[in-house]
Design a protein around this ligand. Structure first.
Ligand SMILES: [Zn+2]
Length: 508
């Protein structure tokens, strides 16, 4: 006799994403593993007295979303501190920061996250003047959505950047404007780094948000933070409701080697992932490395980590058994990373993060070298001829985020959000409805990039990413079908999220 299931999800429109158009009605789960997929009638026989049966009432069941590029502590911060996303301009940012200032203890940092000036009529960075308007007893700092640009008020500038390094601290008539970019932000991040207790709060809030968005796994970028420890504690306590793959910043490499760790070590829930490094900056910050100058400024970007240094990091990481994930946005940076990867062994599955501008030649090489395109479909929100890309790049905006071209070349697309925002359906919506054909994917392809593709980027395609017997039961049920209304995918609601056979979110 067949053993009963622990969990039976039935009366659903199950899209396995394993084979095109394959659908079923029910999924049976035992010990966190999918044991059978089939018709509601067939799987009904696996319901025993102890089985939890979840009638999905015709909802669409998909593999859980794997977000291949996150900063979950930042999601937690935006939920706990001032969330500046969606603000109409500098004045509204200041008033949200004021509300936070009224909340915190005297002398504590007043922090805001996720401002995006590209959505404002007055499209400019926040400055010290904006922040000095906030009546606060402690320093005030506001971070742009991409985390590569921040604004500091006068108190924060005095306290955190008294020496005011030349690079990265913007000036006007010799005086700091409060705008700080790139590496100059390191001391700011160090000063506001949460302790273990605060990190526990941030990650608990963030994982709940992720589950509510249908996310069952993340590749989380960590640097000098308590996050890895807190994730492992949550795992041990049985309180982790997300699979976490830790992509460690390159300055952790020596310590990881000393601790005897390399890519793939860990538990079912928390794994050591890649070594993460930069090469260039961002298009928003006009620091991505371009072959032709920016349209709205002098210069063609700058290296954060120059190619020679990147090759050294790559060699050291490979020697130690690590996959590498390199941030490369401008076409020059993408080429530099691919040149370095070209000498790597096949099967290393190195990743390019963001990859916003790739030449035709680079697109072909990514597929050829079996390099993972770790890309963010939500970045297409900056497209269009009045968008951020057009402002920075002029006509070249149509060359950004060419997912169709990458897919056609045979590249593996691993979708992620970079938490701008953490919302897979919003990203899927952007690429399915992209204005330019070379950016546009079909619904199934886009969903596969956010499930199987992202799983592949983490060497997890054997256990995650599709709904098949033998895989872990990481699932998401949507209220309505993305195939039935491709122009409204961003509005679809997540009804249920299942991680390892546990219902971690239920909004029915
Ligand atoms: Zn990132």
């Amino acid at each position: 006799m067949t053993e009963a299931a622990d969990l039976l999800l039935t009366n659903a429109e199950v899209h396995t994403l394993a084979r095109p158009d394959e659908t079923h009605e029910a999924v049976a789960v035992r010990d966190g593993e999918i044991v059978r997929v089939g018709s509601a009638y067939e799987l009904d026989f696996l319901a025993g007295v102890e089985t939890r049966t979840v009638d999905l009432d015709g909802r669409v069941l998909l593999p859980g979303f794997v977000d291949a590029h996150t900063h979950l502590s930042m999601v937690g911060r935006a939920l706990v501190h001032a969330d500046l996303s969606g603000a109409s301009g500098p004045a509204e940012c200041a008033s949200r920061l004021q509300a936070r200032a009224d909340e915190v203890a005297a002398g504590e940092f007043v922090l805001g996250f996720r401002y995006d000036e590209s959505e404002w009529d007055e499209s400019r960075y926040l400055t010290r003047d904006d922040l000095d308007d906030v009546d606060a007893a402690g320093p005030v700092v506001a971070f742009r959505e991409d985390l590569h640009v921040a604004a500091l008020d006068s108190t924060a500038l005095d306290r955190l950047l008294p020496e005011s390094p030349d690079r990265g601290v913007r000036r006007e008539n010799g005086e700091p404007t409060g705008v700080v970019v790139g590496g100059a932000l390191d001391s700011v991040y160090a000063a506001i780094e949460p302790d273990a207790a605060e990190m526990h709060e941030l990650l608990t809030v963030a994982q709940a948000e992720a589950n509510a968005r249908g996310v069952t796994g993340v590749h989380d970028v960590v640097r000098g933070s308590r996050a890895p420890e807190v994730y492992r504690d949550l795992d041990r306590e049985g309180e982790l409701t997300l699979r976490v793959r830790l992509n460690y910043w390159s300055d952790h490499l020596d310590a990881l080697v000393e601790a005897g760790l390399h890519t793939g070590h860990g538990t079912d829930m928390v794994e050591v992932g890649a070594i993460k490094t930069y090469t260039d900056g961002t298009i928003g910050g006009r620091t991505a490395k371009l072959s032709e100058p920016y349209d709205d400024a002098e210069g063609a970007g700058e290296w954060v980590v120059p190619p020679a240094e990147f090759r050294d990091i790559l060699a050291a990481a490979e020697d130690a058994g690590f996959q590498v994930a390199a941030h490369a946005i401008g076409d020059v940076a993408v080429d530099a990373v691919l040149n370095a990867y070209a000498s790597s062994g096949r099967g290393a599955r190195h990743r390019v993060e963001h990859l916003e501008l790739a030449s035709d030649d680079a697109v072909a090489r990514i597929a050829d070298l079996d390099v993972v395109a770790s890309v963010q479909p939500n970045f297409l929100k900056w497209g269009g001829d009045d968008g951020l890309y057009a402002a920075r790049l002029g006509d070249r905006w149509t060359d950004a985020n060419r997912f169709r071209a990458l897919a056609d070349a045979g590249a593996t697309l691993a979708f992620g959000s970079d938490c701008m925002p953490l919302a897979p359906l919003y990203g899927v919506h952007q690429t399915v409805n992209a204005p330019v054909e070379s950016q546009r994917l079909g619904v199934t392809e886009a969903l596969r990039a956010y499930t199987l593709g992202a799983a592949y980027a983490g060497f997890d395609e054997g256990r995650l990413g599709t709904i098949e017997a033998g895989k872990r039961a990481d699932l998401v049920a949507l209220d309505r079908s993305p195939w039935a209304q491709p122009d409204a995918i961003a509005d679809l609601d997540v009804a249920v999220t299942v991680v390892d056979g546990r219902l971690v979110y239920d909004d029915r």
